[in-house]
Every structure is written in C-alpha cells, then in structure tokens.
Ligand binder design. Structure first.
Ligand SMILES: Cc1cc2nc3c(=O)[nH]c(=O)nc-3n(C[C@H](O)[C@H](O)[C@H](O)COP(=O)(O)OP(=O)(O)OC[C@H]3O[C@@H](n4cnc5c(N)ncnc54)[C@H](O)[C@@H]3O)c2cc1C
Length: 463
C-alpha cells in the first residue's frame, strides 16, 4: 500500500472499529484497541525488518493525528505504544527482547514506559532516580523499583528505567528492563481526567532473568545520551497527537459553538490562530525528522515543539470548553473533556516551565556542529546576535519574517550569560515562539505569535 492508501485504510479502520461509539469515561476496550493495532495503526513505528512500514515520518505523524480525532486518550495511547515503547524497544532491545515485546504489543495489551517515581522529581529524574537493578549472578538480577503515573499500567509489560547498583552504590547510568506483568504489583491511580487510559503506582521487588536488562549503550556517557534521545524523538513526534486534537477542537467548535455573538466569534478565531501555529510545528517535524535518522542534535527543536504544541492546544481546549457554556461542564460531553484530558500534556515528557528554561540554555550554548567547527560563543554577545548566527533558525527562516524593532530591541538588551533562572523561563518562551514565527507562512499565525511574544517580554520585565 502506498502512503495515501495506508492512511485511508487507517481512517476506515477507526470508523469501522468505533462505529458503535466510544466512551472516553472508562478504559478503552482492549478488544477494539487490539483490532486497531492489528489493522496496522502502529506499523509506521515498526521497522520494515520486523514487518513494519518503510521509514516515513509523515506516516507516524498522520496516524497520531488521525487518532486525535477520536479523543485525547486514543491518540495518547497510540503515542505511548508507538513512541515510548515500540521505538525504544527496537532501538535498544536484542533480538530476543524485541521478539518478546512485539508479541505482547501485537497480540496482547502492549506495554508502557516507566520512568517517573513517586518519591523523586520527574523533572530531575536522570539525577534523582532511585530505582535500581543489581546482578545476583550472570543470569539473575534483583530489581527494586517504584514508579508512578505510567500510561498503560496493568498491561502486559513495562519498560522500566533503572540504575545499576554495584557494591551497594547506584551508578549514574540508566538502562531499561523489559519487565513482564507477573513481576509488577500495581495500585491503580484515580486520575482527574484521561479515564480511558490506565495509570498506576507500579512496584517491583523481585529477582528476574538478567536477559531482561536492555543496555542503552556500552559506554556510560553514551547511555545517558541514549536515554535522553528517547525523549527528544518522542517530543518531536508528540505534535502528531496535539495537532490531531487541535483539529478535533476546531471541529467541535464548528459543531457546538454559537455564532451570533461578536466576542464568541473573536474567541473562535483565536482558536484558529493557535491551530495555524500547530500547523507550523506539525510541518517542522514532518520535514526535519526521520524515524531512521538520529535526533540528538535536535534537543532545542524538540523542546520547542513540545512546549508550544501543548501550550497552544491546551489554551484552545480551555477556550472551547468556556464557549460551550454549561455544556462545557457536563461530564462526558465530547468537547468538555478535552481540556481536562489534555492538561497533563503540559506536564509529562518534561514540564513546560522546565523545558522553556532549557530552551534558553540550548539557544545560548554552542551546538555540537558549532563546537566541531571551533565556534565559541562569547557570553557578552546579545541574544539578537545569537539569533542571527544560529543556523537552527537560519535554515528554517522565511525571508518575509523580519523581526519587529521592539522585539529586536528586547533581544539586544540581553546577553547570553545574563539571565537568572526565572528570566530563563520567559526568555525561553520568547525564543520558542520566535522559532515558530520565522517559519510562519500565514500572516495571522505570525501576528498571533508576535502578540504572544510581547506578553512574554512583559512577564520577563515584571519578574
Ligand atoms: C497523565 C499523566 C501521564 C503520565 N505518563 C507517564 C508515563 O507514561 N511514564 C512515566 O514514567 N511518567 C509519566 N507521567 C509522569 C510525568 O512524566 C511527571 O509527572 C513529570 O515528569 C513531572 O514530574 P513531577 O510530577 O515529579 O513534577 P516535578 O518535577 O515535581 O515538577 C513540578 C513542577 O515544578 C515546575 N518545575 C520543575 N522543574 C522546573 C525547572 N527546572 N524550571 C522551572 N519550573 C520547574 C514545573 O511547573 C513542574 O510542573 C505522567 C504524568 C501524568 C500526569
């Protein structure tokens, strides 16, 4: 099947499998989910050598987008199994682990990725992680892990992130373990939203075959980088989910929102402006990411896509809910649950505030390519000079998107080394939105982004 025929087939499969409706206030029915997977929903995430589709980022983005039209939990589950389980499993698993995982995904309930812990900060997880495994002998490891908020808890397995413990000491290196459900004790979590996805506190305190350990790399520093790369790729791809949900929001606004009040019309247009920005971000991933190419050099871009796509989609979801009036407060109304179900997108895969601060750091430091070329960034350089020399902006900028004087003046007032941790968050927002602005083909998206940047500049001065 070519791409167009494959995507048509996925759309038809959704329509057929959910033809008698879908209740998002209870767990997704596993038989229907399995039918979707067997119809090919996850094939774009699967390597060709394992029976998947030819590597094509557009297909990955499209299956996530199409799933978004059936609600937040449906696309989220596609993303969890595709980006957080299938892709790392194939990248880091040995043939036996891959065979075990694929069987559980395509013939069973699949799995989830377990990183976050109840007692440590998710934002600082690489440093603070306490879960560990320890070799008892060459064939056996003891695993001690407490993890929480795993999407797809209670399914067939979890890929559990843990540090190796040797002689009673935790190493810095993080690896994954493919842990089948018989080793996991779970306590289901009651969530405010996303009722259709299973979440739990997952505890493991057991010996298991050492063959379940999945080494991310043979060298320690490369291992940490490989761990980070899982999230770079999944943040870049996440815009497939958010863009699908944006379209679902726009459709619901058309269906449910009244049109005879000027202010409501204005708010509807504001939703559409956020949708226009979402298109820019979606286009970036389709054009500049590939499932079979490394993403390590795209950390800043990944953080920008993740923060902006989730911030603007969440805004749009809240606006829609408000415009529905009392209907927006009805439990289970198709358009009332989007905002509550969507809220954690601004938290997981890195809380947005933290990522904005990181965007600042990534923007003000030399990239790997610059370091290789011997470029050193002088800390007294202004942010404007940096913007003009940064190739990540240069390669995507459209000639018509010149910077207005007031924003250029703001960037000239700040130097690379000058921001305090609080300012970093607001300047990170400015940088992220500029990255979208320079690529904006549509004038209303560009105008909206400039307005939003000016608000961030005010916040920066205020803090
Ligand atoms: C619905 C849902 C699904 C999830 N799915 C999964 C999953 O599948 N697998 C998994 O392992 N985990 C999952 N998580 C957990 C999620 O990844 C973590 O909650 C997230 O990483 C944040 O960690 P935390 O809750 O410990 O917040 P903290 O680290 O305590 O941060 C709290 C807040 O402090 C602020 N903050 C923190 N650091 C900074 C900083 N440096 N600069 C500025 N502000 C900062 C932010 O506002 C942040 O929201 C999920 C969570 C939810 C709610």
């Amino acid at each position: 099947m070519d791409t167009a025929a494959f995507l048509r087939h996925i759309e038809e499969s959704f329509a057929r499998i959910f033809s008698d409706g879908l209740c998002l206030m209870e767990y997704l029915p596993e038989d229907k989910w399995l039918a979707l997977k067997q119809a090919g929903l996850l094939l774009p995430f699967l390597d060709e050598q394992h029976g998947g589709r030819k590597a094509d980022q557009f297909e990955i983005q499209e299956v996530l987008r199409i799933a978004g039209h059936y609600g937040v939990p449906v696309t989220l589950r596609t993303g969890i199994e595709g980006a957080l389980v299938l892709q790392p499993l194939q990248e880091f698993g040995n043939p036996a682990q891959i065979a075990q995982g694929l069987d559980l995904i395509f013939n069973g309930e699949g799995g989830g990725l377990a990183v976050t812990e109840p007692e440590t900060s998710g934002a600082a997880i690489a440093r603070e992680m306490q879960s560990f495994y320890e070799y008892r002998d060459a064939n056996t490891v003891y695993v001690n892990a407490a993890k929480y908020w795993q999407g797809n808890s209670q399914s067939d397995f979890l890929l559990v992130a843990a540090k190796e413990r040797k002689n009673g000491k935790l190493s810095k290196v993080i690896n994954l373990l493919l842990v089948p459900k018989q080793y996991i004790r779970y306590e289901a979590l009651k969530s405010e939203g996303l009722r259709a996805v299973r979440y739990a506190v997952n505890r493991i305190d057991a010996e298991m075959p050492a063959a379940q350990v999945m080494k991310l790399s043979e060298s320690d520093t490369a291992g940490l980088r490989a761990f980070q790369n899982i999230f770079i790729r999944s943040r870049l791809q996440l815009v497939g989910m958010t863009h699908g949900i944006m379209e679902y929001i726009v459709e619901n606004a058309e269906k449910f929102v009244r049109r005879d009040i000027k202010f409501v019309e204005y708010e509807r247009r504001e939703i559409l402006r956020r949708y226009a920005v979402s298109k820019i971000l979606y286009g970036f991933t389709c054009k500049h990411v590939s499932p079979d190419a490394p993403v390590a050099h795209q950390l800043m871009e990944a953080n920008i896509i993740k923060t902006l796509a989730t911030e603007f989609t969440y805004d749009a979801a809240q606006m829609l809910q408000k415009l529905l009036g009392a209907k927006g407060f009805e439990r289970g109304h198709p358009a009332s649950n989007i905002a509550i179900d969507f809220r954690p997108f601004t938290i997981f895969e890195g809380p947005n505030d933290m990522l904005y601060a990181e965007i600042y750091d990534q923007f003000t430091r030399a990239t790997a390519a610059e370091k290789e070329a011997g470029v050193k960034l002088d800390k007294s350089q202004t942010l404007l000079m940096r913007l003009q020399s940064d190739n990540r902006f240069g390669t995507v900028s459209l000639p018509e998107r010149a910077l207005p004087d007031d924003i250029a003046a703001f960037l000239s007032r700040h130097t690379l080394g000058g921001a305090c941790p609080l300012e970093k968050v607001f300047i990170g927002k400015v940088v992220a939105k500029l990255f979208a602005f320079v690529q904006a083909e549509a004038d209303d998206a560009a105008a909206f982004l400039l307005k939003s940047i000016r608000k961030d500049i005010l916040d920066c001065a205020y803090c």
